[in-house]
Design a protein around this ligand. Structure first.
Ligand SMILES: [Zn+2]
Length: 287
């Protein structure tokens, strides 16, 4: 059964580790992430952007697929199905479809509007027992066609949103979605520290987990980050492994063209990436 992310994140915060959110794109992604989490006894959050939801034929299809896998793969670790960077409409659709966790990204609205819309969702999610992530200070890079330059969140605004009673808070601290540019100056730990001071116990979320050096990840966890989002890194390792299979002409040998064979190296690569991230996050064995 899908669970809210609340308990796993509170445990992570108290235990000084982070739970990974791995975004899914299709059946293989979902299966590989779930199998790895189960094998490593790690709690896990499956992230679904609105674009990926559309690609997978809608949120109801996603819920059906994930619930089917929890049974079919005998998954016993806590799994949350989470809308990533949702609009208000997307959040409503995911609540109706059966997601167990929602992110409403109101970071591009003026703070008053972000507060108003987040409040409406806090009440709904409370009643339904869903976890809710809010965002302050846009995260840089490109996500579903929206390009942001990467801001640092205002700690006072973070407190206003946190005080609404959200479960977890994503705050921009110079992090970027996608690949980091060579001249990226790194995470703003000074900003993270002042946000943590103002929001107290609230688990913090670090988006754009691909390519942040391990020491920065560990420092961010020590400063209150309890959830780290990984998306691009699985895509990069999947496509590199698939490229290798095709370039080596393995699809031309015997039944190498069978889609289950073509996709197998990419699947192994996703599993390796998820494992590597979970090791860094410290969530292995915490389920
Ligand atoms: Zn993000």
């Amino acid at each position: 059964m899908l669970v809210s992310a609340k308990e796993m994140l509170n445990k992570a915060r108290d235990g000084h580790y982070a739970v990974g959110q791995f975004n899914i794109n299709n059946l293989e992604w979902t299966k590989c992430i779930l199998q790895t989490a189960e094998e490593l006894k790690a709690p896990v959050i499956l992230g679904v952007s609105e674009g990926a939801g559309k690609y997978m034929c809608g949120f109801e299809t996603v819920v059906g697929m994930v619930n089917g896998m929890l049974k079919g793969l005998n998954i016993t670790v806590p799994v949350a199905l989470h809308l990533d960077h949702g609009t208000f409409e997307g959040a409503k659709a995911c609540i109706n479809a059966g997601f167990s966790s929602i992110m409403f990204d109101g970071s591009h609205y003026p703070i008053e509007e972000n507060l108003k819309l987040t409040t409406a969702l806090v009440n709904t999610c409370d009643i339904l027992g869903l976890s809710l992530e809010a965002e302050v200070g846009a995260i840089g890079g490109e996500e579903d066609g929206v390009v942001g330059m990467g801001e640092c969140a205002d700690p006072a605004e973070c407190k206003m949103i946190a005080d609404l009673g959200v479960t977890m808070l994503a705050a921009g601290i110079g992090n970027i979605h996608g690949k980091y540019p060579a001249n990226w100056p790194g995470l703003r730990f000074d900003v993270l520290e002042s946000i943590k001071k103002t929001v107290g116990d609230m688990p913090l979320v670090l988006h754009g987990g691909t390519g942040i050096p391990e020491d920065m990840i560990k420092k961010a966890i020590s400063l209150g980050v309890a959830k780290i989002n990984v998306n691009t890194e699985c895509q990069l390792s999947f496509s590199a492994a698939t490229r290798k299979y095709i370039e080596e002409g393995k699809d031309l040998v015997g039944k190498g063209f069978d889609p289950r064979k073509v996709l197998a190296p990419g699947c192994e690569a996703i599993k390796a990436t998820v494992k590597e991230k979970m090791e860094i996050f410290g969530c292995i064995g915490k389920a």
